[in-house]
Design a protein around this ligand. Sequence first.
Ligand code: M6R
Length: 603
Amino acid sequence: MCGIIGYTGAGEACPILLRGLRYLEYRGYDSSGIAVFNGTNIEIIKKEGRISCLERALAEAEPKGTCGIGHTRWATHGKPSDCNAHPFVSYNSKFAVVHNGIIENYLEIKDCLLAGGAHFRSQTDSEVIAHLLESLFGGDIRKAILETLSRLKGSYALGILCADEPGKIYCVRKDNPLVIGLGDNGNYICSDIVSLQLFTDRAIVLDNCSVACVTAENVEIFGFNGEKKEFQIVGIERHGDADKLFESYMLKEIFEIPESMRSAASWYKYARPLERIDKEYLKNLRRIYFIGCGTALHSGLIGAWLVRRLMPGIDVHAVVASEFRYDNYEVDAGTLTVCVSQSGETADTLTCLRMVRAKGGKVLSVCNVKTSSIAHESDYLLNTSAGPEVAVASTKAYNCQNLLLALFAMDLAVARGAISEDRRKIYWEDIVQLPRKAEECLRLDKAILDFCIDNFRRKCVFYLGRGQDYYTAMECSLKLKEISYIHSEAYAAGELKHGTLALIEENVLVVAIATQEELIEKTVSSLEEVKARGAVIVTLTPFTGEKGLRAVSDALIPLPRTDEIFYSVLSVIPAQLMAYFIARAKGCDADKPRNLAKSVTVE
Ligand code: M6R
């Protein structure tokens, strides 16, 4: 949801900004731009389209200077275009601003600025910040920034250059992420800590509601009240291939699933996260909410299913974050809220977390970025440990979230006396086998893949399942539609006949997921109903010998056997692969699907 980068130091800013933007492109890719102080004034170059468009423009006329800011945009207000791209410059060219977030009262501010003679060049909410700064500037930049912030409503991470203070970058964080990198050859600002590893191994995670003044040698941080704040320097974890650009991150990340699962299981084994939670509280828990958006919500649905499956007596709900925040869900001392988020920065999920904590409830987060806002503000953390996920479509993080939720449900069940220690030991025997079984799932038969690619070229695909397979179906369906733009729906297999069956006609593709042994016959009956209307059926199942399934399916994709509580970790893998190859066959960019961004930091 927009990426911000900034550099001030001894080196040329432009190549550094560009390198950072390439890595931040997953946060938005509608347009991008940079602003560099060239010794006399602030020079701005911005372009609609991918970073490669900006790169071409810079190759013709690269601004020279050692201090600059850059931005890659995911459009909220105003369509993708050169003039709606960031940075924005103020009317007398004193300030340049990049923004990630939403300014809710921008129309009101815009009216005042227009009345004062400001001229607007874009349709964005962000441009008001640059003009407001200039209009409130009376010689003291900090004063102008604090006065500007007091007038803004909404969420924002900002990078600000002022022509009067060459070599300085001001940055602001309110409800959107921002980190400062400390290098030997200069300092940086950036939307995420993972991208900073391109330049340095030390960072400051800016506190919410903070302003920083960053120079080549120094960082100073103060609150919105102007008071100086202390800060901590943290190390940045390095990931081997940080600077390497891959042809497809999604494919790379799917193939990293087995290794990520090993890391997640090993993190859980050594961190023993449930031992950090008060035993009495766990025993007396009456209610659990699983909250998330998109793929993370699907993982939450699996989490809720696991808790229902393993222990009675707890009221469990999985709720869409953007709904939870506007509803009256009860939170009390017997409630645990589990926030699932790969990025740890999703605005809706973060707001739910804050609401729950304000009501006195406890939050356990399942996060893949341990320096993120959600991880930081939670009472307890399950560290997904999947390694950085760059492709917009979440894959390996989902498998690891589900694995951690199964471990969490298992340990909770032991803590509450719902399952025995011996049972837990047997589960662990399954867990150590899972990465190898994930590797098996990655070996998708070429003939089946070709069959699927051919059949997926239809206008609509249905995914069906019962029990946990229904939630897996939801995730498979989301994967397909977000990267291939093929319309798809997921249905509880038994629900289809209550209306949606009307959409099944000759050659419609139906993908069935059937991992619940006791429900196989019921699933077969549902599949017979779609078969009778002409559907082509592909079934993912570990029970490939089942006569009914064999007879009704046009193709079977075998899954390895495991305990039922771990199937969701495996059964999604062939569907993740299929979605990728179908998108590729259609010529879609799987890593950067249209209209989307990786980290949704606006409501
Ligand atoms: O970072 P989060 O897990 O909180 O993100 C939630 C969703 O935005 C995310 O899962 C989204 O649905 C993905 N594009 C799905 O592939």
